[in-house]
Ligand binder design. Sequence first.
Ligand SMILES: *[C@@H]1O[C@H](CO)[C@@H](O)[C@H](O)[C@H]1NC(C)=O
Ligand SMILES: *[C@@H]1O[C@H](CO)[C@@H](O)[C@H](O)[C@H]1NC(C)=O
Ligand SMILES: *[C@@H]1O[C@H](CO)[C@@H](O)[C@H](O)[C@H]1NC(C)=O
Length: 361
Amino acid sequence: MLSTILILTLFIIISLFFIAPHIIIFNPPNTNHQIPPSDEVDDVTLFNHALSNSNKLSHLSSNNHNLKLAFLFLTNSNLHFTPLWELFFHNNPTNLYNIYIHADPFVNLTLPTSPLFHNRFIPSKRTFRASPTLISATRRLLAHSLLDDPSNAYFLVLSQYCIPLHSFHYVYNSLFLSNTFDLSQRNSQPNPQPDPIRLRYNSFVEILSDAPRLWKRYVARGRYAMMPEVPFDKFRVGSQFFTLTRKHALLVIKDRTLWKKFKIPCYREDECYPEEHYFPTLLSMADPDGCTKYTLTNVNWTGTVNGHPYTYRPNEVSPELINRLRESNYSESYLFARKFTPDCLEPLMQIAKSIIFRDSN
Ligand SMILES: *[C@@H]1O[C@H](CO)[C@@H](O)[C@H](O)[C@H]1NC(C)=O
Ligand SMILES: *[C@@H]1O[C@H](CO)[C@@H](O)[C@H](O)[C@H]1NC(C)=O
Ligand SMILES: *[C@@H]1O[C@H](CO)[C@@H](O)[C@H](O)[C@H]1NC(C)=O
């Protein structure tokens, strides 16, 4: 009798040991930031609409003379640097770019006074840091801009803390025309084409496979939660601020398989950051050769606190800082940088014309 109870107890303990990783009994997941089903339905409807209306224009073609840059701002506060961005766009033909803004509707924004940003707000939903809501917001921006203008050819995701490091002309030229801008492409083609037009367009998205804490982030939803779609050796990390080709923007809003995994809430918020994993993992699985694997937005991760990068303050803003932030081992220059405190606006404006938007080095 006693041994039966003992065996039964042992059996229950062993079973718990195997079941626990699947159904977490002791440590409930943080479900606060789960995507509401009604938001899911809205998004899928939007993505399907964008997909069915964009199929014919899924590639950049060299005979298209009206290629546009789509600037996608993802924000949960005021857009701190709109005067600087206004200057960036100032005097450039509006047939070369579009602006789209996803702003958390639960935040009271001071609307930018510039007409450039009027009516550029897309229908948005609530976002939370380190949660799949940031992935949804980015996909919403991609879908709206894909639908809005078939000439949108590159999609640049930026935050309210991002600043430009060059003129619009420099950015446009680097992405669409230069065949020397992307150093990784130059290395892979020892005999560059004499043709001054870039023959191949890549997405500029950071894709890293050997970052610290990668395993902890992989198991943040449970030991086997990502299987079988995303085995650990396919799991990647990178910046959520990237530049995608139209082909990849379509690929991202088409995805259902990986989204099903990355939208699962994590048990620990400080090991989650799904927005830093979803895009690099998806793109590296679907089209690794179509991605540069580096970013065009300079971020200073030295001395990071609580997952926040270093934030520059007004007394640090100088021509030397701008020049230092431009330096990249992967491209001729970084094009954007983050993060800056909102009160950096004034010192940045002071050096905007003489340094930031001046093209000669
Ligand atoms: C936004 O403003 C409204 C009206 O002024 C106020 O009732 C609300 O509490 C504010 N919300 C936040 C998040 O500050
Ligand atoms: C990056 O941040 C560190 C402080 O954490 C600072 O000392 C360093 O100068 C910064 N790097 C650049 C390029 O500004
Ligand atoms: C470029 O790479 C070298 C060698 O790895 C490194 O020492 C240097 O800091 C890098 N420069 C930048 C701007 O990242």
